[in-house]
Design a protein around this ligand. Sequence first.
Ligand code: FES
Length: 371
Amino acid sequence: MAFLPFTWVRGLTSLLSPLRLLAAHGWLRESDVDAGLALLHPALRLNRVFAQVTQRHWVADDMLELTLRANGNWRSAQPGQHLQLFLERDGMRLSRSYSLTAVQAGGRLQVAIKHQAGGRVSPYLLEHLAVGDVLELGHAYGELSWPAAPQGVLLLAAGSGITPLLGMLRAALAQGFSAPITLLHYVREQGQRGFAAELQALQAQHSNLQVRWSLTAAGAEPEGLAGRFTGEHLAEVTQLDQRRVLACGPAGFVAQVQQWWQAAKLPGALQTEAFTPPAFSRDISVRQVRLGFTRSHQQALANNQRSLLEHAEEQGLKPAYGCRQGICASCTCTLVSGTVRDLHSGALFSEPGQPIRLCVSAAHSDVEIDL
Ligand code: FES
């Protein structure tokens, strides 16, 4: 229940400065002030960023684009970055990160959410989150950037890897990017071609844009490709050796692109981002090691294959996290002693005082971390 319309929430932000000052000096508790402000509108907070859902739009059978309007505490981000969304469910605070597909003035932004079967967050957001509901937003992160490339750009996406690339593509075209752009999107089935209608419309509108889809679990469509990524799919890409390449998708897809890139010895630049959480390694035998959480004075037996984040949560600890895929650095902690293994690269780290990302690190020996 809100006593103020949302349009007032953004305007009131600057009027809260005196309260912010008092809270910053310890004269008021921020949580108390926030509780009072939330009675006026659930998105009205002293410093935290909350946003109201203003639109829901299905962009594929399993993907929804949410349009949000953030309160006045929102500071900008770049399309293609990832944004943490928080929600409370059954008394638990959950968070997941989704790609920003648009960032506009006045706190207007869009994120794309793909359905994850069995997930705790995306099914709820897709099925139950309604226009008018309010969510807390975390920080935006992500390193992909649109290249200044007069010779052209090649975008390679698999599955939900389309979402950050689409965010950057929309912005680049809106700013008049006129060099050739080729986008190949790999999906299992036709209904998973996220943003297909919009991409077709953009292709009709911009002669420098070419979009192709490849179905990996079905036959080729007319004028389409078939199967997983291979260098042969790039046969029609003009001036391939001069394109800047951005690839985004599951780790296996990104690894295929990297292999092709290295073999092709192209002179341009390759940017990649992999979405998949770290996988169980069959090359390393499973054994138990001892974990110590120094600040919380807890000890646990750990499996050397599972992430330190999972083990910490099993112990009832609540380390911060965002992407759970090694991208956002929200879960970074300090290694006190022992050796940890990077679950993506297999690299070992054992220098005390070293920052490690809990979500993509497993204990390689007995380990103590500052948590
Ligand atoms: S949660 Fe994002 S890097 Fe670990």
